[in-house]
Design a protein around this ligand. Structure first.
Ligand code: GLU
Length: 438
């Protein structure tokens, strides 16, 4: 592609809150469009809503893009820094009689007769009769530029060749195309992405739960999962569901974006998350896991090693990072301090079994899963084949929980001295609570 036609797309969010999933998907599609074509992905911050454009909201944009791996190719700027240039342009249009100041002091664009047509990259050809478009505002009565003026001026300034955005902007496009023409500038290509709907068919919003990148991150989703999930919101490549970043970049073609709305499917997001929890190297997940770990465990080498050893077991059930931490609590905190009244009752009932197990396990020559399974099995037979009479108290003694990964596996990961220590604590606890060995 020659330098004069090099593709430039942009992401111009208004920093009015957290980064909505729909906005992040728009950023992703622009990013992929640029990366696929060897073009540029440019960021600018449309901070013209003075009340809601806070530094915190601007931070949300930068953090979300960075976290998702959507790097941009420019030094981003705030739209407000170019306001005086926007005002000058409006003044010129008034001088050329292409715009006028109305009786209330609002500067309006004079919509010409005719029709406006564009070949939408997603929706196909769209034609709008100009008589359906009102003389829209360029400057408010306080003299400040409107969105239409700012967005067109800045897209011209940045040399944008393709405007890819949500289809809630379709009605803005004829206005902006007319404005390009009036300013004597070439009109970029436009593509409008389908809306994302919630499970109930309504536009995806906070009512549907976590729908910002910040909230999804706090709920324990990995960026790889959200990236892949967003990619499939309105775009497809055959029936492929899983894409690496490289595969997505190679395959991305805007003509494969569907015209109809996409639907947010929470179960699918969880499926993606579990897939990446299972398949990414532990070291790559660890930085995302750390904020969810209990205090102390983040830096405790033995805890992290146990987590890694148990990772396949934990991710077989858990779909989010906090779910993993809950399932792994027994390995990353000392559970013997957390026996509840229910646990105590189970321990008291299992007193004999625990005593015998303690003896058998202290003299076990080989500390590996098969031998540990055999030791449990032996005790079960001794108790007349009642697995529950052994498994329940043992699990409570070791993990202060009534469910979790396989017991032999847990013991193998904990190691002999830690298992014996925990059993000893549980036996002590039984004595303190009036239990007697028969
Ligand atoms: N700041 C606008 C928004 O966030 C940009 C819309 C556009 O892409 O033109 O909706």
């Amino acid at each position: 592609m020659s330098a004069t036609t090099a593709i430039k797309v942009r992401f111009p969010p208004s920093p009015t809150g957290k980064m909505h999933l729909g906005n992040a998907r728009t950023a992703l599609f622009n990013w992929l469009f640029a990366r696929h074509a060897g073009g540029q992905f440019l960021l600018r911050i449309e901070d013209t809503d003075k009340e809601r454009s806070t530094p915190e909201n601007i931070t949300f944009i930068h953090d979300a893009l960075k976290w998702l791996g959507l790097g941009y190719d420019n030094e981003p700027f705030l739209q407000s820094t170019r306001q005086s240039l926007h005002v000058e342009a409006a003044t010129r249009l008034v001088e050329q009689e292409l715009a006028y100041k109305d009786t209330e002091g609002v500067t309006r664009f004079k919509v010409p007769a005719g029709a406006t047509t564009w070949a939408d990259l997603v929706q196909g050809e769209i034609t709008i009769e100009n008589k359906q478009v009102e003389d829209f505002a360029l400057l408010r009565s306080d003299g400040s530029p409107t969105y239409h003026l700012g967005v067109v001026m800045d897209d011209i300034f940045q040399g944008i060749t393709h405007v890819i955005r949500g289809d809630d902007h379709i009605n803005n496009t004829p206005k902006q195309i007319m404005l390009y023409a009036a300013l004597g500038e070439p009109v970029p290509a436009f593509g409008h992405l389908p809306l994302i709907l919630g499970p109930d068919g309504e536009k995806l919003s906070k009512r549907h739960g976590a729908v910002s990148i910040q909230d999804l991150r706090a709920e324990g989703y990995l960026p790889q999962a959200i990236f892949n999930f967003m990619l499939r919101l309105g775009w497809g490549h055959g029936d492929q569901e899983l894409f690496t970043v490289e595969e997505a970049t190679a395959a991305f073609d805007i003509s494969n974006v569907s015209k109809g709305p996409a639907r947010f499917d929470a179960a699918k997001l969880k499926w993606y998350n579990q897939h990446y929890l299972k398949t990414l190297p532990f070291g790559q997940i660890l930085p995302h896991l750390v904020p969810f770990l209990p205090d102390g465990a983040q830096t405790h080498k033995a805890d992290l090693e146990r987590l890694e050893a148990l990772w396949p077991d934990l991710t077989a059930r858990a779909q989010t990072l906090p779910e993993i931490v809950t399932a792994a609590t027994a390995f990353i905190t000392d559970p013997t301090r957390a026996y509840t009244a229910e646990h105590t009752a189970i321990l008291l009932e299992g007193h004999d079994a625990l005593h015998h197990l303690y003896d058998a396990l202290s003299s076990l020559p080989e500390w590996q899963e098969e031998a540990l399974k055999a030791a449990i099995h032996h005790q079960v037979e001794h108790m007349g084949g009642n697995f529950k009479a052994v498994g329940r108290p043992l699990r409570v003694a070791l993990t202060a929980a009534t469910g979790g990964p396989d017991l032999a596996r847990i013991m193998a990961v904990l190691g002999q001295s830690e298992v014996l220590r925990r059993l000893k604590v549980s036996l002590h606890h039984i004595h303190e609570n009036g239990g007697h060995h028969h």
